[in-house]
Design a protein around this ligand. Sequence first.
Ligand code: CIR
Length: 254
Amino acid sequence: YHFNSIIAREPARSVVDGLRAQYRGSPSYAGVKAEHDAYLAAMRAAGVEATVLPALEAFPDSIFVEDPALVFTEGAVVLRPGAATRVRETEEIAPTLRDLFDTVLDLPTGYADGGDVLTTQESVMIGLSARTDRAGAEALQACLDELGRKSKIVETPEGVLHFKTDCSLLDEETVLSTNRLARSGVFQNFRQMLIPEGEEAAANALRVNEVVMVGADFPRTIEMLDKAGYKVVALKTTEIGKIDAGLSCMSLRW
Ligand code: CIR
């Protein structure tokens, strides 16, 4: 969770048509843009340098740069997103990765979204989901081997978009997780902080250097983290939440 740099992408006006599992009203472009601006400001305040790419009208979900790629200080992997409308976002982000990283690998087969990948100190966890299949997860493991990273394949709870929709890393020993994900036992080697009932969408928080960014709509989670001694930065995610997104989705971090 120590990062010097991020890549982000400006939202397109087409973001109002972003993918969602359930209709909860469309986000407004102005609302998403405001949430994105505040996110970039919080990132810079947390000490990272941001490369912000231009909006892509042809790709409503392209603001969520976390999904088409995966980055580490030692290199990047161009993934194969599991949603048909997002597959070609990879072609848009690959040139930037090739500029910024010496090593850029391409996932050769299968499907994998970056939202399904949780990087911890000891290993990279790859969650199987409707977007990440076993072929993609295994191909990703081979890429990670090449980068010198240990990895393991885990399950995402039924009906949850991405593995990281339901968890985030708070520090090297601690994860923030929903009950439904923690119950599967994936985090038995970690100290676990469980999301208060009804605030499940708060699980996609984001530790960046000294701060933990958390959705502003989740007061009980904020209070829990605050009491545990974390430096919480509350950020509005109401609009991006309507298209199933949270805080990690809007950046690639290394
Ligand atoms: C999608 O369904 O792909 C977008 N509407 C939301 C992507 C969220 N990304 C993430 O959790 N990494």
